[in-house]
Design a protein. Structure first.
Length: 70
């Protein structure tokens, strides 16, 4: 899989999400990647970057740790 980014936003519209983490390398089959993202929002998005091939993206664990937004 090619590079990807993680975004955070206050709406479900992923086009308005602010990028908070980016993985610039290719991810090999079975490889794990951990990214830290310090952002506030209600929605989290995952965007694949580069390449024209379609790859399966299996997210086995996605942990969001944060505080309620007032």
């Amino acid at each position: 899989m090619q590079q990807f980014s993680i975004g955070v936003g206050t709406t479900a519209d992923v086009n308005t999400h602010q990028q908070c983490a980016y993985w610039p390398y290719e991810v090999a089959l079975g490889q794990s990647v951990t990214l830290d993202c310090e952002a506030q929002g209600r929605f989290v998005s995952f965007k694949r970057r580069g390449g024209n091939e379609i790859h399966l993206v299996a997210i086995c664990e996605f942990v969001v740790i944060g505080h309620p937004v007032k």
